[in-house]
Design a protein around this ligand. Sequence first.
Ligand code: SAH
Ligand code: SF4
Ligand code: F3S
Length: 470
Amino acid sequence: MAEKFGTLRDFDSSQGEYLNLIYEIMESRKRGDKPIAYIHTYGCQQNVADGERIKGMLSQAGFEFEDKPDNADFILYNTCAVREHAEDRVFGNVGALKNLKAKYPRTLIALCGCMMEQKHIAERMYKSFPYVGLVFGTHALHLFPELLYKALTGSKRVYLRDNDDNMVHEGIPLRRDGSFKGWLPIMYGCNNFCTYCIVPYVRGRERSREKDIIISEAEQMIRSGYKDITLLGQNVNSYGKNLKDGVSFAELIKTIDDIDGDYWLRFMTSHPKDCTKELIDTIAQSKHISKHLHLPFQSGSDRILKAMNRHYDRKKYLEIINYAKEKIPDVSLTSDVIVGFPGETYEDFKETLSLIREVEYTSLFTFIYSPRVGTPAAAMDDPIPASEKSKWFKELLGVQEEIASKRCASMVGTVQKVLIEGEKGKGNILNARTSGNIIVEAEGSPELVGTFQNVEVTKAGNWILKGKIV
Ligand code: SAH
Ligand code: SF4
Ligand code: F3S
């Protein structure tokens, strides 16, 4: 049977009703003047975007938010399953809530997100932490009000996962974390099944949001002053494939770029197998798209790329990179890379190093391979000991540091447009970021946060620049 895809436009009105009921329940259940929620999100921006929807729903039910769990009536960990380290932190943090729950038994503790879509993990958590009252997976986000209501009123714990309906649910209330930097999901799920990766198992099949909905969300963000908007998807280049009118990512981003305003537009993540010259041309000709391409290569060795099921080789990857360098002067390139994939030898690893030297990335997200239960790579032979992989990892960091510091040094004396993102401690030092995603520190007053400024670069560190606002 063919898989069905579609969009459900209206957040089911019964879910809105549950939010009203929760509002009433919390009037008598709250510890302080207002019901307080503590929501902690791990993992990628997709999870952050989900967290913003959870906060939107809770906000509608009268909740306010604090960044510590101590006073909270509702505590939620929105989890990530991508590497073991992320999972360990969740186990540790939930374990640490035992005393708080003993002191305030009416505090509801909940778990959601990608870890909860893995049956063995969700069940282990459910069993290890009897004081967790609500567990739900990524596919149950649109049912959160109902689940929360049941957990608050019933005598049993509530547990819902694995109900992927392949649908895109629109109209869920939203409360963004930032006021000038924001995320805009354009699609959900992933069909690529890279052999190391858990994401397709916990996020379901790839499905796109309708173009008109995305455009109006972008317009609304720009109108309300967002300066840095990132379009999100696990593989943005395959945007639109399940939509009736078959719109491409390049077309979508061109349409958004045409909206008037003073803003930067970014996107992630772009998969090298589907990254087209058309997309690079679009970036080159655009008014608002950052001259920045995040293009994860994962490994520089063709043998390992094949074992990873990445569907491109080193040659094809470099072809796109070189095209981008040619068409977009000063393009800033960033990437993800995995060290120690099963069967990787030091020879393979050296290919990764040579690729990094050849491309000269601005920065890299570097990971040591972490086996994920249920993925093909987890069953592959992995003879290299962890201590050896750590050595390779350190070597890679050293090489990248050298490249990044050279790049930073070459920017001294230039003037860069930056977005002021916040204050750095005391002393009127501001943190800013270039369109190529390089961090810049400059002196200035806090009122400048959230504005674009021009900064003359006066000094370069290994990863960051220092400068003065001109
Ligand atoms: N969809 C994006 C990335 C999503 S996960 C893409 O394809 O590029 C973010 C990064 O985590 C990946 O790019 C990869 O480098 C890393 N990663 C994913 N699974 C991993 C694993 N099992 N071990 C180590 N790193 C992993
Ligand atoms: Fe994971 Fe590959 Fe999908 Fe990225 S493209 S989310 S690495 S399976
Ligand atoms: Fe983690 Fe889920 Fe994102 S596994 S990286 S939070 S899609």
